[in-house]
Design a binder for this molecule. Sequence first.
Ligand code: BGC
Length: 759
Amino acid sequence: MKKLKKIISLLTLAGMVFSCSQTSKLTYKDMGLPINDRVNDLLSKMTLEEKIGQMNQYNGFWNVTGPTPIQGDAAKKYKDLRKGYVGSMLNVRGVKEVRAVQKIAVEETRLGIPLVIGFDVIHGYETLSPIPLAESASWDLEAIQKSSEMAALEASAAGINWTFAPMVDVSRDARWGRVMEGAGEDPYLGSKIAKARILGFQGTDLSKENTILACAKHFAGYGFAESGRDYNTVDIGTSTLHNIVLPPFKASVDAGVRTFMNSFNELNGIPATGNSYLQRDLLKQEWKFDGFVISDWGSMVEMIAHGHAKDLKHAAEIAANAGSDMDMESNAYVHHLADLVKEGKVKESVIDDAVKRILKVKFELGLFEDPYRYCDEKREQNVIGSKEVLDASLDLAKKSIVLLKNQNNLLPLKKQGQKIAIIGALANDKTSPLGSWRIAAKDSTAVSVLEGLNAYKGNSIVYAKGADVALGTPDFITEVKINNTDKSEFEEAKKVAKNADVVVMVLGEHGFQSGEGRSRVDIGLPGVQQELLEEIYKVNKNIVLVLNNGRPLTLGWADANIPSILECWQLGTQSGHAIAQVLYGDYNPSGKLPMSFPRHVGQLPLYYNYKNTGRPILPGKDVVFWSHFQDEKNSALYPFGHGLSYTQFEYENLKVHQKEDEVHVKIGVKNIGKLKGKEVVQLYLRDLVASVTRPVKELKGFELIELEAGEEKIVEFVLTNKELGFYDNKGKFIVEPGEFKLFLGGSSKTVIETSFEIK
Ligand code: BGC
């Protein structure tokens, strides 16, 4: 009996051991367990240093966009990687490179936690779609989502599983070079586009091999850098913060974005990276964001220059406590967080919270099941530059073009029997149309306008450069040198123009004149191009001006003199084909401006949703005491939402019907021209009297429709509290009773209006 008992107890012990080892097997590696359990289990096995390692992101070994990080040498980085002190890498790309670092993380570190691999897939990876500002001009949410899907497809095939996009910073200042990366000046349009881009990148299942993490950036206020000078101070009131800056970020959370990036700027005296109101109170608590926040490049160390942290250790303390979960290249966390925890300056619970967020996202990506799921050379070869990706890029490029002006129907061009002169260095440029943020795209891979036009055979086409825009070969890092003097090829261009039926002039900014660190005080045509335009005009007035640029430009002279102007931004890989198809009318332009084009740089910041002021109008002739400029109008040259078509649309029969808390709006839109075309029907509201003053107009709905010649459609909108309310100065969303004006039209310069009352 004794023996039996002993055997039983031995068996029980063995059973316990067995079930213990079973439990330890039922760990983070068990795909069957809920993600939160796996995260908790893994966390419980990690040392403090390993946890902090997850909060550390290192750059690959090229393309430094900011001040060089301390001790950032490759040897030290690899050593850290081997110890498990790196949670993520950026700028490592291509299956071979990614596999190599992932292998170290997975096979050589104690716990084998895979890396998340980040990259700036801002408007495509190797195949580029239009720059984000251009895409936004399409107002075509489906096409925008598709373009992000294609970007994710290519990037994921190159080993990347995280993009630092979309940039959802609203900006009203065209001097700021980074307007090219965003959706323009409007929070409503910006929110819709943020959602489309996030859904495109992330899809519905992050664990699929062709979806990647999105990142809403830069949280927050970066687009309001004073005088549009990049990295500059941001000081804005609560009303602008809550009603203009934050909505696209909130929309990103609602769309399920898994990561956020904070920003370089200080916001009302506190650097965003160390701002716990933004990251903890708002984002994580109020909005319930359960993904993680990465700092911007070196933005932790920059808190020293801001005058907010006394040294790197202090910066680490502030950033961690404020809710920055991962350090991009400040080396602040990897060097100082462990000591800060030991000294009690940062609680271990703060570290645990950050690490849980990071691990959770890694589990969602399916990296623990297969850390090499983005590392398939065959897929890389087949997907990058595939027809599917190129077709989507062309589709969106056409849709992004905005017809600013078209006098006497000079456009579309006739396809046969014309002598066409093409003038401007940008017409023959295969690199500049790729725009800024094109790290993985190879030089000279865009279709030029000249190539696009030459693909049509019916006309005689002669090209003359006229003048260079930039000198040398501009790059991502250094200042672009503009040609301000060399006009030696003007005469040749004039000769060519003189003999032509139509002159197509391709002018604008070089692709690297916008983007990060690329602010300008003069936003006219750079260099000698304005002079070239005026010289050509002297010999032939039949000019179509094709613009390439990454920001709104001042185009007063062109608007007054040139019959047709086509805003073609930087349209990416398929640029020239898209432009040619619009010039020849194979695609009827449908784009609308996402940002106001000023008459003069001195008007900036300029935006359609301005406040009325106490002195909006001229009280009497020649009296100066009203809100205006002596030497320029207040209004934009081309307002937000503007964009023509080769056909025309008429708005009629506006009907408003109130039903409980909703306002139902119906408007008839008719194509009264001779061609099939698309129109973006735009709805704006004005809350006439409010406890916090409201703008003269705010976009609150839009719909992209296509109409055959002569066809009419009824477009319907439903306005709810979401559209009728606003954030008060405490950041609380409220709806106030009172009278509202409602406007509709094909631009913010609306054509039909009515009013209604909210009781
Ligand atoms: C930019 C970010 C970008 C990061 C990584 C920074 O300079 O502000 O938008 O994602 O670099 O390249």
